[in-house]
Design a protein around this ligand. Sequence first.
Ligand code: GLU
Length: 466
Amino acid sequence: MAHAKISLERSLTMSRVRTRFAPSPTGTPHIGNIRTALFEWLFARHNGGDFIVRIEDTDQSRKVEGSVESLLESLRWLGMDWDEGPEVGGDNGPYFQSERLDYYRTYTDKLIEMGKAYRFEDERGSAVKFAMPSDGSTTTHDRIRGEVSFDNLLLDDFVILKSDGFPTYHLAHIVDDHLMGITHVIRAEEWLPSLPKHLLIYEALGWDPPEFAHLPVILAPDKSKLSKRHGSTSLLEYKESGYLPQAMMNFMALLGWSLDDKSELFSRDELVNVFSLDRVVSSPAIFNIEKLDWMNGHYIREMSSDELTIALLSHWNVVSPPGLPPGPDPKLLARIVPLVQDRLKTLNDAAERIPFFFSDEFEYEASELIQRNMDDAETVSALEASMSAIGSVHPFTASSLEERLRTLAEDLELKVGQLLGTLRVATSGLKVSPPLFESLEILGRERVLHDLRRAIEKLSQCREHI
Ligand code: GLU
């Protein structure tokens, strides 16, 4: 009776920890792929071990152009460095399975010789299947799920080498994990049902399997499959939307792992220090975009305003935001950043709030100038009075503007909010804008007077139409 009970009790001290990220290049990497990579990377770094990247490109029909580049870009963006790999332009490239076909053929031949696999004719030529035992069970220990057991009867023989000469995933990753000395296979839960196949190949080849940890699936807040409607699923779209790598890393680390029931903010180094598989759960992780927004805002506020200025400029170099001129003046931006820093959720948010600093050609409706309990004539008078106040205020600073305009509101028997509401729309086109007095100081007297004149004209044109 073929009874394959495989014990995986291994002590970490026995060998240097080696993990691998083994994506198939079948599209742009999504959050789930990169969360897997992150846990593999954190586990390796926490244990002072190695992290390897191996592109599993043996299914030629599913290959998508550009996927490898976006996978590597995702890792680089998050600062997840990898060790070794064939040299490409002075750097370590990842391993590619398509360059290692000889190994898979060698071990397929071995399995055939040993009577554990056999050739068969599939539609287009000769292929090879692994022969499953017809009884017994396969049991192992998963680092996250504890003991897992499978009935061998339920599994059919399966293809390990296709007629095109390429191996299937089942064989290829085992050969590589063994030859590359991988000690811990950390991967998505979807592979758990295939585990008995893998364990039986290890057994047939007389190899010790690594330890396994199958990570929990990531679901939407309503427990449905994560999809576009819950926010984007592609990691690099978050980069484009102005999320910071440290926020993304922190957020993804908590998709299935936690240190305790309260700590939420972890820098990259802290994660490396405290990460362990023991605190990864098997129940689904819930993807909560509000939490990501909150975290991103936190990391934006933690930056110095110079750092944020640099981050914005380099982000806008890649993603040109609507409404902003290309290559905004860094000195001007550095003055604006402190006004908006506290309120941003993403780097892209900034672009929505500040275009009026760079151009006076913003649009708004004349009616937006008119505040509650005011009419157009009162609004025009308030704007005219503001022009003369702003024309004569000295020095042209936020504090003297504030003093002068508060007094003016009193003189006009307006609430401060009414007067400032009108001025805000007139000078920014926005109902909610960065702090007004500081913004006026940055805009400068001439520009502010120009905006107020334009507002008066807009209202007058409107009255003519009535
Ligand atoms: N190529 C597989 C994937 O992309 C890797 C699974 C594994 O880590 O073993 O899902």
